[in-house]
Design a protein around this ligand. Sequence first.
Ligand code: 5AD
Ligand code: SF4
Length: 434
Amino acid sequence: MKKVYIETYGCQMNVADTEVIFSILSGAGFERTEDISAADVIMANTCSIRDNAEQRIWGRIDSFNTVRKSRPGTVVGILGCMAERLKDALLDSGKVDLVAGPDAYRNLPSLLAAISDGHPQIDVELSREETYGDISPVRIDKGGVSAFISIMRGCNNVCSYCVVPYTRGAERSRDWKSIVREACDCFASGYREITLLGQNVDSYLFEDVDFADLLAKVAEVSPLLRVRFSTSHPKDISDKLIETMARYPNICRQIHLPVQSGSDRILEKMRRRYNREWYLGRVHKIREVMPDCGISTDAIVGFCSETEEEFRDTLSLFEEVGYDSAFMFFYSERPGTLAARNYPDDVPQEVKNRRLEELIALQNRLSLESNRRDLGREFEVLVEGPSKKNPDELCGRNSQGKMCVWPDTSHKPGEYVRVRVLDCTQATLLCREA
Ligand code: 5AD
Ligand code: SF4
């Protein structure tokens, strides 16, 4: 059997895709290896979201080529978003034998079969229907507690800075029955937490089942199965969804609600299709219905023409919401996007860096404040395994998604434990068993 090694970059959706790819390849007689030096096929499932993501992968392609030169016949493949964005340019580099975009994975066995010396293969066709709904992913997470389930693919939003609609194509929802079946399979094989994934889960629609309906169906698989989801778009997150979450204690109290900017002019330029007031209204609604709900976000600083004052609007919005956590980036121009075509990338890199540092410093304080509010509280935690720092401690997350550690060697991964928070850092709640 030929051995396949895959490195996965980018978002959780890519992790879920790699699991689909392993399933397709194992059906065609390939075997998975985690040892690059034993691999006949070396692949990277890639990300194009920012230039530094791509630069990192180019570096990996060079390392793969060192292996390829020392072992002629080894195949190097590039999958995912970078494959879709760069297409033939990857083959032209002479460093890659196979290029396959996000909707081409069913063809991987035939593409691999067609590669013989000097015959590189490429398939970057995007599809309006492909959801890989019938494929049972081969889980790559060894813990066996938490699994990703992809519920839709693609994105129709076309935010002006974003490459995803070009790399992942149009939005399509997977049949809810296959999603519920996959959740049941996960639970039966011991998983206790699933995360439903899509670029914009709130616009899920299959037949007459919307995302709130889907969430309820998955939550009903078992009260012992925790359900999370990502990512919500502020313009689409509905009252129905928020109220559905509140009805099911096993739907985790955590919403990732990327705001991107606190300035109305920048939001408009980003084509986000909501303003600051609308966003704050959604946060208010979430907290009214679920006062204990964790809220996290993504933000971009230094978008085209962003002034100092507009950046301050992002800082003040972070303060106003008091996020539990956030992913923060400086703007990276992506060729072909609306912003790249229409607006100059005119905020100097030093200014971007300084704004990013300032925002991260603010969020560090907000994360610590958020954790301090939990001192003395009790939470139910799903055990993931031993803590990384201390083998006499276990770690796991509470419903809000916060990492908890506590002295314990008696519980197993997948069990629920009640803990009380005694102390905290900015990143972790330090607890004891309640
Ligand atoms: N530059 C910087 N950050 C970006 N993101 C998306 N596109 C870009 C870009 N061109 C960020 C957004 C998004 C997250 C996944 O990545 O904040 O929510
Ligand atoms: Fe990266 Fe976006 Fe593609 Fe995910 S969808 S891999 S974040 S470019």
